[in-house]
Design a protein around this ligand. Structure first.
Ligand code: NAG
Ligand code: NAG
Ligand code: NAG
Ligand code: NAG
Ligand code: NAG
Ligand code: NAG
Ligand code: NAG
Ligand code: NAG
Length: 697
């Protein structure tokens, strides 16, 4: 067996299928044979006979080619087909039965088609004309068809993309859509032999940068992010790079994935400048510049937000403004609404500093340092406070014991509200001013002045800074209490305190609207628990005297004058009574006189009694004789109750002495007066009583 056994067996199998037919047949595996392939033709005659081969009418008798297989079939074998082997092959058979027959087939032999060195990758610049050759070879003839997306590309007409007669594909004015895969399909002419070559076409475009905005403006701020967009076109996709005015800082700068967008976070003034975006690919590169303007909102810094300054002094407040563009600085007086632009004078602005020389109250108030720029305005207020101004349009009116001020309008406040007013008064220019401070909301009144008194008064406003200038001085006379008496006048340096009595002269200058009714005197020991006692004195009284007070006590006395209209203010005096006498020898004058008189009486009576007893002379004797006659005993007469009455009369007021002499002797002097008289009638006794002066000590 040789290497042809296998095709043979195939043929044998085919033969079996056709075995029963008596028709001649050439069997072959293919009719189109590539150059170099083996060609096997098996001719089956269907009966025994002599089989011969002809090619294109000429007998093939080369024993290298033609083999007898058996009595009914012959094989034609060409080991390496060449183009010349193509042709009509005829199998002839002269059957043993005498008749002859033939059959024939046409064999095609081809070479290729092959694409040789055809490039399968082309790049074209967008807009240029592109030619894609298909260098196909093959025999006998090759036809070429360009195909894209399963559609044949026309080879006739004048379409932009077309196949040239030389099989080249031409793309005029290449567009991006032309990129893709093209197929060059080659066909052996007339035969179903095809070859395809895939050719890639790539379109390139130079980078182009388009900017949304060439100038970008932002206001700096921690919350401000700005994005710069660089729209890039080109094939292949260009790379983008940035050149920035500041060094790249990953915490500050952020790129998106293709770097076409640069985001700057928390834009600051330093970020301003040119941002150059460059797109590059293998074709070329292209740049564009974005200018970033960074503005800063104006800021104002003042050296003080509040200044208190005394009138007449100097105050200055510095102000700095910053921002971009550099703002203009203005000082504004908010009260007047005027801008202060003077650079000299009492109120001036020098290098941004507001200066007030010799401050006056009307300078007080709010000022504003303003920064004005195209990126906005800013301002900061400064309060300058000073003392209130001079009170104008003041009128003063007097009350009974008060002075009332009234202001038509409050004085200049000095920038901060007037909280209260200082009211001053005095009687004499040499005196110190006395003053009271009243809240601004109250009545401006000086109270509890003396009535009918001339005072000099003035007033000044007070605010948080201090007291303002005092008003002009006004003289005013208090009117006094209407209708009611003045306070009584007590001559205090004439106060007399003797033992437990007190006295002081009292006088009333003015009884008021109606005559004085009486004085009321209240007194009590100087302790808060003590009860007041009250006595009244007639209007004619010229002194206040109190008796039977306690020893060694402090007393308070209040004297008021009272008329039909009311009572005066009380006049008050304090005094202290003498200490209680503790030494028994400190006896009063009265007692001394009493004792002396007593001793004198005793001596007198003893002398008289002696005289009476011994010489029957003397006063007692005379009385005894007159009363009882010569014989009557003296003692018995004295015991007579009826007659003793006259003794009582005489001795009244010196009771302590009577105890010692009762029933014995009468007072010498009085006795002398009555000694010669007959006993008094009842009427006489009463008369005597009345005439006798009181012996009160
Ligand atoms: C700015 O960017 C930061 C970080 O991306 C972000 O957290 C922030 O919210 C952004 N601010 C604004 C105002 O968009
Ligand atoms: C583009 O950038 C990538 C990565 O940054 C780099 O590998 C590549 O070479 C760049 N191409 C060009 C054309 O610059
Ligand atoms: C204003 O700026 C100057 C100079 O920068 C500085 O010396 C001064 O203290 C600033 N004044 C205020 C009120 O900030
Ligand atoms: C104002 O400032 C400028 C520069 O800062 C300085 O030269 C000038 O003397 C200043 N003027 C006054 C009045 O201080
Ligand atoms: C800033 O102030 C100027 C002048 O006072 C005024 O004309 C302007 O309208 C103000 N601008 C803004 C944004 O308030
Ligand atoms: C004082 O009293 C008198 C008499 O009672 C009366 O006529 C007079 O109007 C009163 N004066 C005042 C001010 O009340
Ligand atoms: C004090 O007043 C009484 C009457 O009230 C009078 O009798 C007496 O003389 C006065 N004493 C003096 C010292 O004036
Ligand atoms: C009298 O004494 C009282 C109580 O001690 C005192 O409050 C008052 O001021 C005194 N008055 C005079 C006028 O001295």
């Amino acid at each position: 067996m040789n290497k042809h056994t296998e095709p043979l067996m195939v043929l044998l199998l085919l033969l079996q299928a056709y075995g029963s037919e008596a028709k001649m047949n050439i069997i072959t595996s293919k009719l189109d044979v590539p150059v170099g392939d083996e060609i096997i033709l098996l001719c089956k005659a269907g009966g025994e006979g002599d089989i011969t081969w002809q090619k294109d009418g000429e007998e093939v008798d080369d024993e290298e080619i033609v083999f007898k297989v058996d009595e009914t079939s012959s094989k034609l074998l060409i080991r390496k087909a060449s183009l010349e082997d193509a042709g009509r092959y005829t199998c002839l058979c002269e059957f043993d039965s005498g008749h002859s027959d033939n059959t024939q087939i046409v064999l095609y032999v081809f070479e290729g088609p092959s694409f040789g060195s055809t490039a399968t990758y082309h790049e074209f610049l967008e807009g240029t004309d592109g030619a894609v050759p298909c260098l196909v070879t093959g025999k006998p003839e090759v036809d070429v068809q360009w195909i894209r997306d399963k559609r044949e590309i026309s080879s006739t007409g004048t379409t932009r993309v077309r196949q040239m007669p030389d099989k080249t594909l031409v793309i005029e004015k290449v567009t991006r859509e032309d990129a893709g895969t093209y197929i060059c399909q080659a066909q052996i002419r007339g035969r179903g032999i095809y070859r395809e070559l895939l050719i890639s076409v790539v379109v390139n475009a130079p980078p182009v940068v388009r900017l949304k905005e060439e100038v970008k403006q932002v206001i700096a701020g921690a919350d401000t992010n700005v994005s710069l967009l660089c729209l890039v076109d080109g094939l292949p996709q260009p790379n983008i790079s940035w050149v920035m005015p500041v060094t790249f800082d990953p915490s500050h700068h952020h790129f998106n994935s293709d770097r076409s967008q640069l985001t700057i976070r928390s834009v600051s003034r330093a970020d301003f400048g040119e941002y150059v975006c460059t797109a590059s690919n293998k074709i070329s590169e292209s740049s564009a510049t974005i200018f970033l303007h960074v503005f800063e909102a104006p800021q104002v810094v003042v050296s003080a937000e509040q200044q208190c300054v005394l009138v007449g002094e100097r105050v200055s407040v510095a102000c700095n403004v910053s921002g971009h563009p550099q703002p203009e600085l203005h000082w504004l007086n908010k009260h007047t609404g005027h801008t202060i632009d003077s650079t000299s004078g009492r109120v001036s602005v020098v290098n941004g500093t507001l200066v007030l020389d010799e401050v006056v109250p009307s300078d007080g108030g709010f000022y504003s340092c303003m920064a004005v720029s195209s990126s906005g305005n800013a301002s900061r207020d400064v309060a300058i406070f000073t003392q209130p101004g001079l009170p104008h349009d003041m009128s003063v009116s007097a009350g009974p014991t008060s002075v009332l001020f009234s202001l038509e309008s409050p004085p200049t406040s000095g920038g901060t509200p007037i909280t209260s007013y200082v009211l001053q008064w005095r009687q004499q220019p040499a005196e110190q001013w006395r003053e009271t401070t009243v809240p601004a909301s109250d009545k401006f009144a000086i109270l509890r002045l003396n009535p009918y008194t001339v005072y000099t008064v003035r007033l000044a406003a007070l605010n948080a800074v201090g007291v303002g200038q005092f008003s002009n001085e006004n003289e005013v006379c208090t009117e006094g209490i209407q209708g009611e008496p003045d306070r009584p006048l007590l001559t205090s340096n004439a106060v007399k305190v003797e033992g437990t009595s007190f006295s002081v002269p009292v006088k009333l200058k003015n009884a008021g609207g109606s005559p004085l009714l009486h004085y009321s005197v209240r007194y009590r020991p100087s302790s808060d628990e003590a009860e007041w006692k009250e006595v009244q004195l007639p209007p004619t009284a010229n002194n206040v005297s109190l008796k039977d007070l306690s020893f060694g006590s402090n007393y308070q006395v209040e004297v008021t004058a009272i008329n039909a209209n009311g009572s005066s203010e009380p006049v008050k005096v304090n005094f202290t009574t003498a200490d209680k006498p503790t030494n028994p020898r400190s006896i009063t004058k009265g007692i001394v006189v009493g004792i002396v008189m007593f001793l004198f009486l005793v001596v007198f009576l003893v002398v008289d009694a002696t005289c009476c007893y011994t010489n029957r002379c003397g006063l007692l004797m005379t009385i005894a004789v007159k009363l009882f006659g010569q014989k009557a005993p003296v003692m018995k007469n004295l015991e007579n109750g009826d007659d003793i009455t006259k003794g009582e009369v005489h001795l009244r007021g010196i009771t302590p002495i009577r105890d010692g002499v009762t029933g014995t002797q009468n007072s010498g002097q009085l006795a002398e007066i009555t000694c010669d008289k007959a006993p008094l009638t009842k009427h006489e006794k009463l008369q005597l009583d009345r005439d006798l002066p009181s012996m009160d000590v």
